[in-house]
Design a binder for this molecule. Sequence first.
Ligand SMILES: [Zn+2]
Length: 342
Amino acid sequence: MRIFTVILAVWGTCCVAQGGEGTSFRRVAVGAEEAGFFRTACDAMETEHFRLIHDMRADEAEGMAKVLEFAHDQFGSYFGGYGFELHDCGEPLEWMCFRKKTLFADYAFATENADLSWLSGYYSSRTNRVAVVRPWRVRKWYGPGRHVADVSARVDDGVDDGLVKIVHEAGHQLAFNMGLQKRGVMYPFWATEGIALVFEDCVSEYLPRGRYSDGRKERLLELYRAGSLIGVHEFITMSRLPAGVRDADVYAQAWGFFQFLCANRAEDLKEYFARLYSLRPGGRSVRHLRREFEQSFGPLDHLNREWLLFLKSSAAAPYVCQTCPSRDGEHIKTGAAFSDSP
Ligand SMILES: [Zn+2]
């Protein structure tokens, strides 16, 4: 049976939050295969949950590792707060971080047999690794204003997209290693990207200048008002970005749709992910994907009516607070765009 491989690329710009002190680092040996991808000197460090193989300066690598441990903590409390059953990652999760984009692209080509030179980072369900180009701002992470995991996340416009990249890809990797998703199983686009996108949102809570999903929210509502959203019947079975639609628009819809399900259908959402987790690896047809969705969420027409009401109320109310689980289990206001019910 063909194993379904997912490559989950970075999308979006935005930023993150605070915490994460006390991360412990351990220098470890780099395997010969991994070292071969760097061509020059490289190094590796392990934290409690991650192994970072890189050719950066040691302090830059430590900054990244702190953000990764921060993401791990946030992931558990965020999705655990919604009642998802999570388990430990097991072995340290591997990251490959390259200073040079050309080395990153060569690595991607060698391991994925695909030209991914247009990306700056991705998670691969086949290798279970994340590969990234070193965030351009990493050297400033030790400057004034420490906001995320003991590194500085704040920039003039409130956004450090290098940090967002790390958190987004960590979200994918953690989902596939903590029990939300199973490697080799095919997932629709909205489900896989939705996890990483709403995960970014939760960590952005700590930022002083608002959420970095504001742009997605704005675009989602523009598309809704223009009648340009992809119909639910098609959207719930899409397994990749469709041709002829701007990628950013599809991501905005995935973000909004996942928010909608978290707010209105959290129990169904958990049931849906548990159902897919029980499947054997391999691709499935659109017909199967639709049936699985309806088994968890009920008739599509009903759900579509709720979704449209949700959008309508969101468009009518430019700012409605929603609650989301905080790290300590209490609920905090997130300032999300949507109300709890349509
Ligand atoms: Zn993604």
